[in-house]
Design a protein around this ligand. Structure first.
Ligand code: GUN
Length: 286
């Protein structure tokens, strides 16, 4: 039976520390970190994610401002919104909730966010820093996973890690963080041949595919650490990850549940990045 990696509990401890740091920042420097979230259109999943971010910000003392824009907004109007937020002194972090509806070009919009306010770490300049390992903004989901591994006493050094999924948000930066931690990393994707066999070789298996029940027990080496980034609905409409929890949990050494695993850690890392942005804007070394 696997040990559960409790993202909810670990993220609570992180949020507590952030709240204390923000209290001190307010008392000693008069600084209140500010986060602006730009939400375009009415995607139901995005609505939930943004609500969670708002609640988490309130809890730790980050000033949260939501910019709700119509799906019919033009590229230029959206870009102007970002540029105006770049100028605002009271806003330390800008998050453009993805995906964008219709034909809006998210890459172009993201590249307009000032890199020192890019708390998602999606700007090409920040991606470059992540590649080099000299980043100040953590890629939120991968950083949350690294924190969970640390808290569980799992050291990726020298371990075989398999990342299933090659997205810009999770797969690629996750592989980089594991590489920076001296793991041996394989990235798998929809065109990978012998996927099950490669997954079976993993000491640490991370899945970010977006398909319920994708990772089955025959793809997992007994004793492996299994990290589930998926956020899906099963046939009954219940929230679930990529991993077939019932069959994999008995053979894994550690496993993240969905919900309550990686998700809360991602939000905690966003708070951390917003705090870092505010400190840097206040001239405080981080
Ligand atoms: N949509 C799904 N996950 C994320 C995320 O981490 N950041 C943003 N901006 N949009 C998302």
């Amino acid at each position: 039976m696997a040990q559960l990696m409790d993202g909810k509990a670990i993220s609570e401890a992180v949020r507590k520390r952030i709240r204390q740091e923000i209290e001190a920042l307010q008392e000693e420097q008069g600084i209140t970190p500010g986060l602006a979230v730009v939400l375009v259109g009415e995607d139901s999943a995005s609505e939930v994610y943004v609500k969670n971010k708002e609640k988490a910000c309130e809890e730790v003392g980050i000033s949260f401002e939501l910019f709700r824009l119509s799906a019919s907004i033009t590229q230029q109007e959206l870009e102007e919104t970002i540029c105006s937020l770049n100028e605002r002194e009271d806003i330390d972090g800008i998050l453009l909730q993805l995906p964008l509806p219709g034909k809006l070009d998210s890459d172009r919009v993201v590249s307009l966010i000032r890199p020192d306010k890019d708390v998602d770490a999606f700007h090409p300049e920040n991606i470059g820093h992540i590649m080099r390992g000299d980043f100040f903004f953590l890629p939120c989901t991968p950083a949350g996973i690294m924190q969970m591994l640390r808290e569980s006493g799992i050291n990726p050094t020298g371990k075989r890690c398999v990342m299933v999924g090659r997205s810009d948000i999770v797969g690629k930066p996750m592989a980089m963080l594991l590489l920076h931690a001296d793991a041996t990393v394989t990235i798998c994707h929809s065109k990978t041949e012998n996927l099950a066999q490669i997954c079976r070789e993993a000491d640490i298996l991370v899945s970010a595919v977006g398909k319920a029940g994708f990772i089955t027990s025959d793809m997992v080496c007994p004793g492996a650490v299994v990290i589930d980034v998926g956020m899906n609905r099963n046939a009954e409409g219940k929230l679930c990850g990529d991993v077939d929890f019932e069959s994999v949990e008995p053979i894994a050494s550690y496993i993240t549940p969905v919900p309550g695993g990686v998700g809360p850690m991602t939000v905690a890392m966003l708070l951390q990045n917003t705090l870092v942005a505010a400190k840097r804007h206040g001239g405080i070394t981080v």
